[in-house]
Design a protein around this ligand. Structure first.
Ligand code: CO
Length: 184
């Protein structure tokens, strides 16, 4: 079981590396890792289990955040009522198209690897087309918008060595490009 002390924190160089692509069939080690990453997200969103194990709630977890510099990320995205609207494990994901229109979360973003709150809007493309492989090696292409697109962008950023605050305008953290969708 992945616990908070297994999660690599900002300052560790693994978070700034470009993660390596995985080859198929996935090694048992990475299959296990995929399941453990998803289990973390499921447990972290369950108030009782989260309290018992002191888990910080997460909607996405990328392999570099547990010290594995490989192109894999788990996503478990709920709506405002807690209903899961997107669940997937990406292997070797690539953003192959994105909207010029930007979107951001009204509350800003957080990250399991960043312990302090960093205020500011984090503009990202509102719509993405992502090509990836499932853990079974099936190639998929999906179109996402709004919150699932934002979480996907955040996780794919991790695979490229970027953290959410890299996208905050440090001089004007609460100014947004015209026509940016603010998601509450
Ligand atoms: Co993160």
């Amino acid at each position: 079981m992945i616990l908070m002390h297994d999660i690599v924190r900002d300052g560790d160089p693994v978070l700034r590396q470009i993660a390596k692509p995985l080859t198929f069939p996935l090694d048992r080690h990475y299959l296990k890792l995929a399941h453990e990453m998803m289990a973390y997200l499921i447990n972290s969103q369950d108030p009782k289990i989260a309290e018992k194990h002191q888990l910080r709630a997460g909607v996405g977890l990328a392999a570099p955040q547990v010290g594995e510099s490989v192109q894999m990320a788990a996503l478990l995205v709920p709506d405002n009522d807690g209903k899961i609207i997107f669940k997937e494990i990406y292997v070797n994901p690539k953003i192959i198209a994105e909207s010029t229109r930007q979107a951001c979360l009204e509350e800003g973003e957080g990250c399991l690897s960043v312990d302090k709150n960093i205020d500011g809007f984090v503009p990202r493309p509102d719509k993405l087309t992502i090509r990836y492989q499932t853990i079974e090696g099936e190639q998929k292409t999906i179109h996402l918008k709004d919150y699932p697109a934002i979480v996907s962008s955040h996780e794919i950023d991790h695979l490229n060595g970027h953290l959410f605050y890299d996208r905050i305008n440090s001089k004007t953290p609460f100014e947004l490009p015209e026509n940016t969708l603010v998601i509450s």
